[in-house]
Structures are given as C-alpha cells and as structure tokens.
Design a protein around this ligand. Structure first.
Ligand code: NAP
Length: 255
C-alpha cells in the first residue's frame, strides 16, 4: 500500500521541521513546503530516504500558493493531512505598523492557508477523510501589546479553522487549530533580538522574559507542538475533534 501523505508548510525550520520529521519517521510521505530549497534539501537528507518531497514556494505570493496547491491536488494522491504552519510575525506599536507589512502578514498567515484548504480539502473528501491543522498562536486567543497585526492575522486563521470545521464535519474532514505559546525557534530568537534592541536588555534576558510569560516558566519545544499535531491528525481518538483551538502554552492563554 502507498504511504499516507501530508503537506506541511514552513517545513524548513522550527516547528514545521519538527512536524515534517514526526511524519517522515512514522512512514508517511511528506510534501515539505517553504522558500529555502537548501533547508528543505537538508530536511530530506535527515529523514528516511524518499520520505520528504521538497517543494519551494513563497507563501506571500497568492498566485504561487494557488499553483503549488493545484499541483499538490494532482500529485498527492494519498493525501490525508494538511498542516498550515508557515507563518511570519513582527511587532510594532500601531503608529509604526505599515500597510505593506500588514498585507505580507495576512498573505502568509491567512491567505496561503485558505488557498491550500480550498484546493486540498476536496482531495481529502475524495480520499474518504482527512485532517487539517492550522498552526495559530496564543495570539489567536487574546490580544498582546505591539502585535496588533499578528494577533489580527492569527484570529483570522482561527476563524477560518472554525468555519471550515463546520462546513466539512459531515464529510470526514476535521479542521483544528494549535495555539503555541513562545516556542524555541528562529521566530523567538528574532523577537528576543527585537526586544533587546528596543530595551537595552541582553538577548538572554529578553528570552527569559518571554519564557516567564508561560506560567510553567519555560519555552515550548518544537517537538512538543509536533506531537500534538501528530495526535490531532492521526489518532483515532481525535476523529470527533474539530473546530478546536488547542493551546500548548503552559497555561499562558488562561492565566
Ligand atoms: P520560524 O522558525 O520563523 O519558521 C517559519 C517557517 O515558515 C519557516 O519554515 C519559513 O521557511 C516559513 N516561511 C516564512 N515565510 C514564508 C513564506 N513567505 N513562504 C513560505 N514559507 C515561509 O517560525 P516557527 O516559530 O517555527 O513558527 C511556525 C508557526 O508557529 C508560525 O505560524 C508561527 O506564527 C507559529 N507560532 C510560533 C511561536 C513561537 O514562539 N515560535 C508561537 C506561536 C505560534 P523559509 O524561511 O524557508 O521560507
């Protein structure tokens, strides 16, 4: 029997890379999407031979996302899961936000997941079922200072998740959101560096400040997020779970 297939965006680094490897080591075929072809090749080299199929795309360009998604709808014959993980974040007080950055953030964080869902969910319906996970954030659940556009984009992604969950509930396709708190990846490094420049504190102190936002006093690990995505997309116990927003944040969202 052919291996089950999953599409993972933002698979070149961080959370997406951990997710891609989780599936690859479990015998799935992974369509791994991101901009950096070199990083995707290195991911494929680390995975079991032939398990990862790299596919370069720029999620900020809707026409590129559309054509990649249409190609996947043709080629990913055994598609069972889609993980919309690619995301961009930046922070600024409202007065310093720009329309260009807002459009970029919405293109990557909202429009790309929408286009991939539009082209690939019908394939899962055709395959008698599938599971979609959108990687949102605690910023999909509450507001944070100086991150209005990121929060708006992640709230929009959660809205898309909930509406599609209802639309496809009777067609054996589940759609859930995973909402990490601060996770130890390049995105966190960039935020710590930004805080350090803005406040004069060291990057290590900035990192500690971010870790303390988690009531457990630590950063989330990319592998921990990958394990939750694995559960939601493969466990028989997750079959009735749809439209949910799973926090993985040490209690930050409810503190
Ligand atoms: P990361 O380390 O910065 O990695 C981001 C991934 O997205 C990379 O694989 C990157 O690949 C890809 N990506 C970015 N822009 C892209 C574009 N225009 N086109 C295609 N791919 C693009 O971030 P991460 O921390 O792993 O974050 C993954 C997801 O988790 C994001 O949706 C993020 O919002 C969410 N999240 C992260 C945290 C955190 O603290 N780290 C917390 C909550 C939620 P290329 O650069 O190769 O394109």
């Amino acid at each position: 029997m052919d291996a089950l297939q999953v599409v993972v965006t933002g698979a070149s680094r961080g959370i997406g890379r951990a997710i891609a490897l989780r599936y690859a080591h479990a015998g799935w075929k992974v369509w791994a999407l991101a901009r950096s072809e070199e990083a995707l090749r290195s991911l494929a080299a680390e995975a079991p031979e032939g398990a990862v199929q790299p596919m370069a795309f720029d999620a900020s360009v809707p026409s590129q996302v559309e054509s990649v998604a249409q190609r996947l709808a043709q080629e990913a014959t055994q598609l069972r899961a889609l993980v919309n993980n690619a995301g961009v974040a930046s922070s600024a007080p409202l007065a310093k936000t720009t329309l260009a950055e807002t459009e970029r953030m919405f293109a990557v964080n909202v429009t790309a997941p929408y286009l991939l869902c539009r082209e690939l969910i019908p394939k899962m319906v055709q395959n008698q079922g599938g599971r979609v996970v959108n990687i949102a954030s605690t910023a999909a659940l509450k507001g944070f200072k100086y991150t209005s556009i990121y929060c708006a984009s992640k709230h929009a992604l959660l809205g898309l998740t909930r509406a599609l969950a209802v639309e496809f509930a009777s067609k054996s396709v589940t759609v859930n959101a995973v909402c990490p708190g601060w996770t130890d990846t390049d995105m966190l490094k960039a935020s710590a560096s930004h805080i350090s420049k803005a406040t004069g504190r060291s990057e290590d102190e900035a990192r500690q400040t971010l870790a303390k936002m988690n009531p457990m006093g630590r950063l989330i690990k990319a592998d921990e997020v990958a394990e939750l995505v694995w559960f939601l997309t493969t466990s028989p116990a997750a079959a009735p779970i749809t439209g949910a927003a799973y926090s993985i944040d040490g209690g930050e969202a409810v503190a």
